[in-house]
Ligand binder design. Sequence first.
Ligand code: ADP
Length: 168
Amino acid sequence: MPTITPVRGDITQQDVDAVVNAANNGMRGGGGVDGAIHRAGGRAVLDDCIQRFPGGLATGDAGWTTAGQLPARWVIHTVGPDLRAGEHDPGLLEACYRRSLEVADELGARTVAFPLVSAGAYGWPLREAALTAAYTVAITRTDVTDVRLVAFDDDAWESMRFAVMCLT
Ligand code: ADP
């Protein structure tokens, strides 16, 4: 099991092998963490999305692109379920973490930073999103050694710390 560390900060600044993006099905950028990653990573991220994901990406799936100008080497894009659009299936949120770690293993990434997938515009309750993140990472077989769960604000930070504490 990787070491799981809650981190307070901006995912675009994380010095890790791969950062995970909470993308959408269209895979052409968006708001929230997606917008931040595309802005900071630059045009190379979008170009790679267009080339590698001509038909977009399914909910619960993950795939990688270059990280452009980010400190990370790769962006692993995953699409969380949109609770506001009626996607209530927690299994889809678990799949995001599982598939992202599988992609990290394919890449040989050992350090990976995740945002709280689906906890922003997609409306998932923070605590549930954080608990899903922590336990799914904890039970997934992976060669990744360090996982950072990155919280962008106070509420997310509280939820992340609570979720990681629940693992011990
Ligand atoms: P989704 O559409 O999957 O809900 P969002 O990007 O709207 O994705 O939000 C997911 C989480 O990412 C939220 O908790 C939001 O506060 C957080 N977030 C937004 N920007 C950043 C950032 N730059 N770094 C880390 N987390 C971020």
